[in-house]
Design a protein around this ligand. Structure first.
Ligand SMILES: [Zn+2]
Ligand SMILES: [Zn+2]
Length: 162
């Protein structure tokens, strides 16, 4: 996956990607650090940045401005690969949103239906220009849209009493 994204394979990157892949939820730096106690704090930050910049992972910022990271990949079977995505097997960026548990604060990636008009950070140009039009129409010229996020709130299975 690292090679497919044009990244040099290093132990820190391997450990970071493995840890991200092991988690069902998007992970904060703090959660990552507790699973990788031997890794230097700054190295972990830099590694997460390099993975995000290379398109191997994505960053979601929650209400309290805490960044959560997750590997970009097919979140579920049956998700179509967008025509304009890079042809890296197992990795792709697609339109997706997040489910936020209001009890524990965990973030889960969710697939959005193809016919839903939601523009996300990683969306291709048509989606961005859609939101640019909305912004320009309502706020006037000069505001630049770079993306938007879609989050469903609720309670996760761990926090739901059975
Ligand atoms: Zn929860
Ligand atoms: Zn996600």
């Amino acid at each position: 996956m690292l090679a497919a994204c044009g990244l040099r394979v290093t132990q820190a990157r391997l450990d970071t990607v493995r840890t991200l892949l092991d988690s069902q939820t998007a992970m904060t730096h703090q959660q990552m650090q507790s699973r990788l106690p031997a890794m230097d704090r700054v190295t972990l930050y830099r590694t997460l940045d390099s993975l995000t910049d290379a398109g191997l992972a994505h960053r979601i910022t929650d209400d309290s401005r805490v960044a959560h990271y997750r590997v970009n990949r097919q979140h579920s079977a049956g998700m179509a690969r967008p025509a304009d995505s890079p042809a890296s097997p197992g990795i792709h960026v697609h339109r997706h949103g997040h489910f936020k548990c209001e009890t524990c604060g965990e973030l889960f990636c969710i697939d959005l239906p193809d016919d839903t008009v939601f523009a996300l950070n990683e969306t291709p140009t048509p989606w961005r220009s859609f939101w640019q039009q909305v912004v320009t129409r309502t706020l006037g010229p000069g505001f630049q849209a770079s993306g938007c996020e879609f989050t469903v709130r609720g309670v996760c299975t761990r926090c739901t009493p059975l």
